[in-house]
Design a protein around this ligand. Structure first.
Ligand code: HEM
Length: 225
């Protein structure tokens, strides 16, 4: 690939090195976040069979048996959308969002000085009992009863951050998550690996670059829809 530099100052020119890093950033930011979120949503559904049945019933009614889910169908699947939101509430792929205080500011009686590094704990906000009723419970219905969304304007729910630095991959991520989850649910009947039940499966978090399942989910499709 050749890039014409024209009149752009040398330090602002895109060289191969910068492009490689940009693409690498996008790949790293995009792949692990989406795969982790999808794994958590399948784990939560296998852990909550009633929610799984309700999601499958919606797909069967809206899409119909034997038909494949298309991207354009997603707007007609409110319960599926609520499942994805509920997954992101309990399992935001990036648990903490970094910011720097632009000025001295007082929050809840504490002074945060200008220039301080601040971490917004999206994971803890999603589980705060003063915000969420019965926060540990995976209950997608809570999002059907509210207007809270992922756009970063409702501060009780910030899985993609907010403001100028909000995740630029948000539209791609939500499209992919809905489509992949809908296809998995509508195409197959799922079962946990032998010897594991909803009650015994490990739902512990493992905190790293992203918050993953401590033990990778092991599930298998037992029938084709
Ligand atoms: C479930 C999927 C994803 C989640 C939960 C997620 C979450 C986040 C969060 C919380 C931030 C920090 C936002 C802030 O500081 O306010 C972020 C930043 C970013 N995300 Fe995502 N993301 C996801 C998918 C993607 C995808 C698919 C891409 C690209 C293809 C992407 C690219 C980026 C980039 C480049 C940044 C840095 C933006 C900046 O610093 O200005 N993300 N993401």
């Amino acid at each position: 690939m050749t890039i014409s530099s024209g009149e752009i100052p040398k330090e602002d020119q895109l060289d191969k090195h910068k492009i490689t890093h940009l693409l690498l950033d996008l790949l790293l930011a995009g792949i692990e976040t989406i795969s982790t979120t999808l794994e958590w949503s399948m784990a939560e559904l296998l852990n909550n069979p009633k929610v799984m049945s309700k999601g499958r019933a919606e797909l069967e009614q809206v899409i119909g048996k034997g038909n494949q889910v298309q991207e354009s169908d997603i707007t007609r699947l409110p319960y599926l959308q609520a499942i994805v939101k509920e997954t992101l509430r309990l399992h935001p792929a990036l648990a903490v969002i970094p910011r720097k205080a632009e000025a001295d500011v007082e929050i809840c009686g504490y002074v945060v000085p200008k220039g301080a590094q601040v971490f917004i704990n999206a994971w803890a906000i999603g589980r705060d009992p003063s915000i969420w009723d019965n926060p540990a419970k995976f209950r997608p219905e809570r999002f059907l009863e509210s207007n809270i969304n992922v756009g970063g304007r409702t501060f009780e729910f910030v899985p993609f951050g907010g403001g100028r630095r909000i995740c630029p991959g948000l539209p791609l991520a939500t499209r992919m998550l809905h489509l992949m989850l809908a296809s998995l649910l509508h195409s197959f009947v799922w079962k946990l690996e032998d010897g594991v039940t909803a009650d015994t499966m490990n739902m512990e978090d493992k905190f790293g670059l992203t918050v993953q399942l401590d033990q990778p989910l092991r599930a298998r499709p037992i029938a084709i829809n």
